[in-house]
Design a protein around this ligand. Structure first.
Ligand SMILES: Cc1ncc(COP(=O)(O)O)c(C=O)c1O
Length: 411
């Protein structure tokens, strides 16, 4: 505990204050513990977006004038940065509106065409609705079946159930989250991918809660698709990326038709452009892509110890909350990356969040878009505090004190 205090307070070499200074929005003293819903954006990301609109604004890949070329270059150079960030090739990176859009593109453009009666799709019990509902709807439309990888008591995936299941049934797709947005634990997606590949199934990884905290390498994961959102990794809202294996992107059908996604349009039919542009019909969110590229740079420039620091905060928060009578902390302590979800006996999570908000501490409360998981935990809603490297142990104390205050006031 003593060592943790040293690390989190900067004495161990990492200074949360240095990170925090990049965020004007936090100057008011706001305690932002809702980073898993959306991170704040460093001033450098905002400046990069503003620079694009002030100096380079044009519609990319259309106009031959100077600004048109600059906008194209800004857009494509952001794609290259994102590709390097995840260990993929630029032509395998599709800009999307976010994780949800990326998953829907894979489901609508490829999975649904491959699925039929008797086929099986596996998701885990820890999925966000974004990686549950698209598959649920796909199986309803195609006559396939949705199967669920259960969780062990500690919140980790029961991989033996998946292993046995894929051998028994006709598994076509396995779609899992890298990090649960409720439990905050990293899933062994490489092991999941291996199990799926052994039976020739395709694998999609929802990377939304991992990209801000873990090094990404899609090749090492062994997945076929990897979807994530810019706004959960210090980038803008409304932009994200889908990485897909080149040969699969070549097979995938676009789901948005229109400008700049074609090679040729005849009266009666069209020929698509190459990937990834065939999946980016319409004027793209160039400022968003530029901001995402800047966010990648910012994230990669974080000082050493930043991710250990957020893990320390999450662990200390979980320990301190679990010590309070009537508070239940969800998920294993070991491997907790950056967040803690909890329930306070006799108090609705919304009320806990309200009391904390009155004290200047912002947390998330509700079903966290993970109703299948919450049902399995036996609750309708939870409270969640999620950290970034600019948070401090003092803020963890304010969280704990606020929860105690909620108990005194409402329990
Ligand atoms: C694990 C996970 N997947 C997917 C999403 C959806 O992300 P977006 O709303 O940016 O599409 C979220 C957002 O909370 C998430 O936590």
């Amino acid at each position: 505990m003593e060592r943790k205090m040293t690390v989190a307070d900067g004495g161990g070499g990492f200074d949360p204050g240095g990170v925090r200074r990049d965020f004007s929005i936090l100057e008011s003293g706001l305690v932002w513990l809702d980073n898993a819903a959306t991170t704040q954006r460093p001033d450098g990301v905002l400046a990069a977006m503003e620079r694009f609109y002030r100096r380079q604004n044009a519609n990319p890949r259309r106009s031959v004038h100077r600004l048109g070329n600059e906008a194209t270059q800004a857009f494509e150079s952001a794609r290259e940065r994102v590709a390097r960030f995840i260990g993929g090739a630029p032509e395998e990176v599709v800009f999307t509106a976010g994780t949800t859009a990326g998953i829907n593109l894979v489901v609508g453009g490829l999975a649904e065409e491959e699925l039929g009666e008797g086929d099986e799709v596996w998701v885990s019990a820890a999925e966000h609705h974004s990686n549950w509902v698209p598959w649920q709807q796909a199986v309803l439309r195609t006559g396939a079946t949705l199967k669920v990888i259960p969780l062990r008591e500690d919140g980790r995936l029961e991989l033996d159930v998946l292993r046995a299941g894929v051998l028994r049934g006709r598994t076509k797709w396995v779609a899992v989250t890298w990090v649960s947005n409720v439990l905050g634990l990293e899933n062994d997606v490489a092991a999941v991918a291996q199990i799926a590949r052994d039976v020739g199934a395709r694998v999609l990884v929802d990377g939304a809660q991992g990209v801000a905290h873990l090094p990404v390498n899609v090749g090492r994961m062994g997945c076929d698709f990897f979807a994530f959102s810019g706004h959960k990794m210090y980038g803008p809202m409304g932009i994200g990326a889908l990485w897909g294996r080149g040969e699969l992107l070549a097979e995938m059908t676009p789901t948005v038709f229109g400008g700049e996604m074609i090679a040729r349009v005849d009266d009666g039919e069209s020929v698509w452009a190459e990937a990834p542009w065939r999946f980016e019909g319409g004027t793209p969110h160039v400022a968003g892509a530029v901001g995402l590229g800047a966010a990648v740079d910012w994230l990669q420039g974080l000082p050493e110890g930043a991710h250990e620091h957020e893990a320390v905060l999450a662990r200390v928060a979980a320990e301190r909350l679990a010590e309070l009578p009537g508070v239940k902390v969800w998920g294993a302590q070991e491997g907790r990356l950056s967040l803690v979800s909890f329930s306070v006996e006799g108090i609705h999570p919304h009320d806990v969040a309200q009391v904390l908000d009155d004290r200047g501490v912002a947390i998330r409360a509700g079903h966290l878009c993970a109703q299948p998981l919450l049902r399995r935990l036996g609750v309708a809603a939870v409270a969640r505090a999620s950290f970034f490297p600019g948070n401090t142990l003092e803020e963890v104390e304010r969280l704990v004190t606020g929860v105690k205050a909620a108990q005194e006031l409402l329990a």
